[in-house]
Design a binder for this molecule. Structure first.
Ligand SMILES: *Cc1c(COP(=O)(O)O)cnc(C)c1O
Length: 493
């Protein structure tokens, strides 16, 4: 299996090189030359554990990893760090199947990919003969940073530096990061917003002198962001897993179509569902749910992508995004792999903030259904699911639930639905409390977690248990123009 760039000018490479590089030389994203097909029966797959299925699927994409290498990566990623032994269990509530992707260490679905990426990176580096220390640089608005820190914690041969906006993350998110253990982890609060942190990191990646300095000191920069193919492929697994789990539980017939609903930001999670469909999983409509930053809803309904609009801060912050990077891979496929066109569209996005796709692509876009939930609708969905099922969903999952209801109402489609449940309600207790009113607003996030646990008779997830008492290990803050110095200090170069 080889990988090429969506923009056509990069070298064609093996998986390990694509994982190490993250992004192609021409600025495009790596895509597999063709989609591998599932050749075993679903019946057979339904007897596999999550880890066995992960091996079966990932091996098809990363076939330059030998069996032992890949098995080791999988065993280290999907172990008892996950609080549910099924890793990605389905929960039937309020008339739909919630695919709970939040049982990892940081309580959000980013753990599904970021718990394996460090092992894939390390193995890939070894395979291509890179002996340098890999330094991961990440800017985060909250969830990615912590998931990356946990993933890279104590993985030898790697160091990780995370920059977050000092005053721009939730109380729990901040504490999760500043208490991070591991000698190879570094966390820094930036005096600025997420864009400042993100732009700073981007500048450092393209700073030649800085990269040469690291090179002299036997280090190299790499990234853990969601355009890395090493993050996308592990996400395909849980869509296959949810399908065969439904089959195993006799909830569907073999071959019956299942629709999926995905709360979407960067388009990574829903793209993984598309990859699963291309591999032969009988998925029907892929329902793309957005919050008020509904650039994707508008795109799906008009074929025009227009990022020139007001950015809203919402109660589903991990989806507050106006440029969905992974959409590029989807456009590549529905254009019939027309890299010339993709170049032109991405150029227009950069220069004019806007592009329109071809008519034939608009037809293919119908695989997707797009709609959005506003702030009030999101909270209403939390309430509704709670009242009908005594099941608490977080605000991101609530966006998906609201759009799921709109879709059903509009189409009358009564197939089986799987809703990707991307975060634990324990991660956003303040928003949950706003609707369910378990306690007073003056309570701290930590108190709210305790109350939520008591009222719901749910155990506090290990990832945040006792968080308030944990030692704060990362106190460094810096201004935007001090990021390089801070990194140099950490690395001792
Ligand atoms: C990142 C994130 C999303 C969005 O996923 P994408 O792959 O970026 O579309 C949704 N929900 C939660 C909780 C997230 O952390």
């Amino acid at each position: 299996m080889l990988y090429r760039s969506t923009r056509g000018k990069g070298r064609i490479v093996e998986a390990s090189t694509a994982i190490i590089r993250g992004i192609a030389e021409d600025g495009g994203l790596y895509v597999p030359e063709e989609f591998p097909k599932i050749t075993k029966s679903f019946e057979e797959l339904s007897k596999m554990t999550y880890q066995e299925l992960a091996f079966y699927i990932i091996k098809k994409y990363f076939d330059d990893f030998n069996d032992d290498e890949l098995k080791e990566c999988i065993d280290k990623a999907y172990d008892d760090k996950f609080e549910n032994p099924l890793i990605a269990p389905l929960n039937y509530k309020a008339d739909a199947y919630f695919l709970e992707l939040y049982h990892g260490k940081t309580l959000a679905f980013k753990d599904m990919a970021l718990s394996i990426l460090p092992h894939l990176l390390k193995t890939a580096a070894k395979k291509i003969g890179i002996s340098k220390e890999i330094v991961i640089l990440t800017a985060t608005s909250g969830d990615t940073g912590k998931a990356a820190l946990e993933g890279f914690d104590s993985v030898d041969g790697t160091k990780i530096v995370v920059f977050y906006p000092k005053d721009g993350v939730s109380e729990i998110q901040k504490r999760q990061m500043t208490t991070q253990e591991g000698e190879n982890t570094f966390v820094v609060g930036i005096e600025g917003n997420f864009d400042d942190a993100q732009n700073g990191v981007k500048e450092i990646f393209s700073d030649k002198a800085f990269n040469e300095l690291l090179d002299k000191n036997n280090c190299m920069l790499s990234s853990a962001n969601s355009i890395n193919i090493g993050r996308l492929v592990p996400q395909v697994v849980y869509y296959v897993y949810s399908y065969v789990s439904l089959l195993k539980d006799k909830e569907i017939e073999d071959g019956e179509k299942v629709n999926v609903v995905v709360p979407t930001g960067n388009f990574g999670n829903i793209l993984a569902a598309f990859y699963a469909k291309e591999m032969g999983v009988p998925l029907g409509r892929l329902i793309c749910a957005s919050n008020e930053n509904k650039v994707l809803t508008d795109f799906i309904n008009t074929g025009i992508y227009d990022r020139k609009r007001e950015f809203s801060v919402t109660n589903s912050p991990s989806m507050d995004i106006l440029i969905s990077s992974n959409l590029e891979r989807f456009l590549y496929e529905i254009s019939g792999r027309d890299d010339v066109l993709i170049n032109s569209l991405m150029e227009q996005l950069k220069e004019e903030g806007k592009y329109e796709i071809r008519e034939d692509m608009k037809d293919k876009l119908k695989i997707l259904y797009g709609d959005f939930a506003n702030e009030a609708e999101t909270l209403k969905a939390v309430k509704e699911v709670y009242e009908t099922s005594k099941y608490v969903i977080d605000t991101h999952t609530a966006v998906a639930y609201d759009v799921y209801e709109k879709y059903k109402k509009e189409t009358g489609d009564n197939s089986t639905f799987v809703i990707a449940s991307t975060a634990s309600p324990f991660k956003f207790p303040r928003s949950i409390n706003e609707v369910l009113r378990f306690t007073d607003d003056s309570a701290s996030d930590f108190e709210m977690v305790q109350v939520l646990s008591n009222k719901m008779d749910l155990k506090i997830p290990k990832g945040i248990e006792g968080l308030e008492e944990k030692e704060i290990r990362h106190k460094v803050t810096c201004k935007k123009d001090e990021m390089r110095e801070v990194i140099k200090n950490f690395l001792g170069v």
